[in-house]
Design a protein around this ligand. Structure first.
Ligand code: NAD
Ligand code: MG
Length: 397
């Protein structure tokens, strides 16, 4: 098989690091075409020296000049800004794109990869939440293959019948009754609402099972992450909200399940390490070593499950309401959440205010129509950010 050329959008992040770890184990299969970062120029330069991409992309012209100086004589092309991101995501030399930018900033380059018909390893769930219908229809038109990286959706994909995996059948017509997404419950699973009022950003980013970027770690603590994942599952697998369930499973060993009409439940298990779904999606339909240790079931001894509590974790309810209202509302939910999480991380609002900001923003703008173009999605996103920023100010500590 020829060596596959991979672009990694968001190479300096947590998913970026895990992807480079898997790729470096298989130089006979994969080479890096491009690495991108937003502001961490020094880290990107170090990754470039190690992984030798043809291209490196950063956020601004000033950062590109600095990167150019750091990489002088290395023979690596340097770009900056949204156009360069789209170019390295869609270049003809590229076989697969790891979409691992965090937040709404990931939409445009991921969509560029979709338009170019690339194999898309999709970690950036926010692009589906913002514009899922548009994104999936672009993929269908171009023949782009989407392989989910989010551990839950990768697990669901692995438990789907072969026809669904091949994109030739829909789960609804293939005997699937429902999808069960597992949730760890995050660091505050046992905290009361009163206790959650006082938690700090440091408490919120200390996830019990997974090591991740700051934004998704806070999303896990509010359980907005699971809400975004319910929307993501709807976009990827086409089932309605009523057939997408969430179960809290604190050990994070079962990554999700698919239930069939005959009562069978198929689950995917493994150690909580993102290199497993990344290796699966890189090599699909083959299997390659990911560096992840075998799961020791005897040592694990037990698996626990409980129903999620939407009283203490209102973000889960808000995301489901947004899914049922349509993609315009999901786009508003995502933007408001990004603003609220950033404000919490900057200590401008308390933890429980994140849900309040999202809820009031949805109340004002949740009637937005589903975006039919990227411009429309970006406009809804911008409007929701302005509204959410005002809601933050009204609640600032
Ligand atoms: P991270 O914060 O560790 O890394 C984010 C990356 O995006 C960095 O490389 C950063 O340079 C880049 N970036 C940030 N803002 C940007 C902008 N405005 N323009 C261009 N690039 C920008 O995040 P992460 O934990 O690696 O998560 C990345 C994505 O994967 C998120 O969408 C997250 O929801 C999803 N995801 C992550 C995990 C995980 O285990 N970390 C699991 C499932 C899904
Ligand atoms: Mg996940």
């Amino acid at each position: 098989m020829p060596v596959q050329a991979i672009t990694i959008l968001g190479a300096t992040g947590s998913i970026g690091a895990s992807t480079l770890d898997v790729i470096a184990r298989h130089p006979d299969r994969y080479r890096v075409h491009a690495l991108t970062a937003h502001t961490r120029v020094d880290e990107l330069a170090a990754l470039c020296r190690q992984h030798r991409p043809a291209w490196a992309v950063v956020g601004t012209a000033a950062d590109a000049r600095r990167l150019g100086a750091l990489l002088a004589g290395e023979g690596i092309e340097i770009g900056h800004g949204p156009q360069a991101l789209a170019a390295v995501a869609s270049a003809s030399a590229v076989d697969a794109v790891m979409a691992a930018i965090v937040g709404a900033a990931g939409l445009a380059p991921t969509l560029a990869a979709a338009r170019a018909g690339k194999r898309i390893l999709l970690a950036n769930k926010e692009s589906l939440v913002m514009a899922g219908e548009l994104f999936m229809s672009v993929c269908r038109a171009s023949g782009a293959r989407v392989l989910p990286i989010d551990s839950e959706h990768n697990a669901v994909f692995q438990c789907m019948p072969a026809g669904v995996q091949a994109g030739q059948a829909a789960p609804a017509g293939s005997g699937v009754r429902r999808i069960l997404l597992t949730a760890s419950g995050g660091p505050f699973r046992r905290r009361s609402l009163a206790e959650m009022h006082a938690v700090t950003p440091e408490d919120a980013v200390a996830h019990p099972n997974w090591s991740m970027g700051r934004k998704i770690s806070v999303d896990s603590a509010t359980m907005m992450n699971k809400g975004l994942e319910v929307i993501e599952a709807h976009c990827l697998f086409g089932l309605p909200s009523s057939r997408l369930d969430v179960v809290v499973h604190p050990q994070s060993v079962i990554h999700s399940l698919v239930e069939y009409h005959d009562g069978s439940m198929l689950a995917q298990l493994g150690n909580p390490d993102m290199r497993t779904p990344i290796a699966h999606a890189l090599a699909y339909p083959e299997r390659v070593d990911s560096g992840v240790a075998s799961l020791d079931l005897a040592q694990l001894a037990r698996l626990d499950f409980e129903a999620p509590d939407t009283q203490r974790f209102p973000c889960l309810r808000l995301a489901r309401e947004a899914l049922e209202a349509g993609t315009g509302a999901s786009c508003v939910l995502n933007a408001a959440n990004e603003i609220a999480v950033a404000a919490f991380l900057e200590r401008r609002i308390g933890f429980t205010r994140i849900a309040d900001v999202v809820e009031s923003t949805l109340q004002s703008l949740g009637g937005a129509a589903s975006p039919a173009s990227i411009e429309a999605a970006v406009e809804i996103d911008a409007q929701a950010r302005r509204r959410a920023a005002a809601e933050v100010l009204a609640r600032a500590a």
